[in-house]
Design a protein around this ligand. Structure first.
Ligand code: DQA
Length: 149
């Protein structure tokens, strides 16, 4: 099953960026693990990162056109990008699964992080488990779409 794991702005800085909040693993470490977990779960996982909103929108359009399920860490765009929300909505309304994820738990942080404009069009959201948020999202995809235990 094809799955794309999309990462938004500043996530290429994982490992050096506020490790007390986001952990010490780099995005490369997380990407390697996602591919390994994917193999275990029969998911064909492609991990990408960009700092640009337009690139994320284009990748979401591509997911629709190629019938690819999505795990999305929208990073700061979570809180204000209606363009990203509208692109994410096209994924879920086309019958694909889109799981919003966060390393940290935004609900416990600054007020501006409490609202997600993406959450309302996502299939579901996983937040607060560090790099394991990625694993939990892949497990949710395999469980719901491939009937894995
Ligand atoms: C984040 C949470 C966002 O509020 C923040 O802007 C990020 C990362 C997370 O994974 O915890 O860049 O999405």
């Amino acid at each position: 099953l094809p799955v794309v794991v999309l990462n938004g702005p500043n996530l290429a800085r994982l490992g050096v960026r506020e490790p007390e909040i986001y952990g010490i693993m780099t995005l490369q470490d997380i990407a390697d693990r996602c591919r390994t977990w994917g193999q275990e779960l029969d998911l064909d996982v492609d991990v990408r990162q960009t700092d640009e909103e337009s690139q994320l929108v284009a990748w979401l359009h591509q997911a629709v056109d190629t019938r690819t399920h999505v795990v999305l860490n929208p990073a700061a765009f979570t809180h204000y990008s209606y363009a990203l929300r509208d692109a994410a909505a096209q994924v879920t309304t086309s019958g694909l699964t889109l799981i919003e994820i966060h390393l940290s738990n935004p609900a416990t942080r600054e007020t501006f992080r409490h609202h997600s404009v993406v959450a309302g069009v996502a299939t579901g959201t996983i937040a607060g488990f560090g790099h394991l948020s990625y694993r939990l999202a892949l497990t949710a995809l395999a469980t719901t779409l491939l009937n894995k235990p």
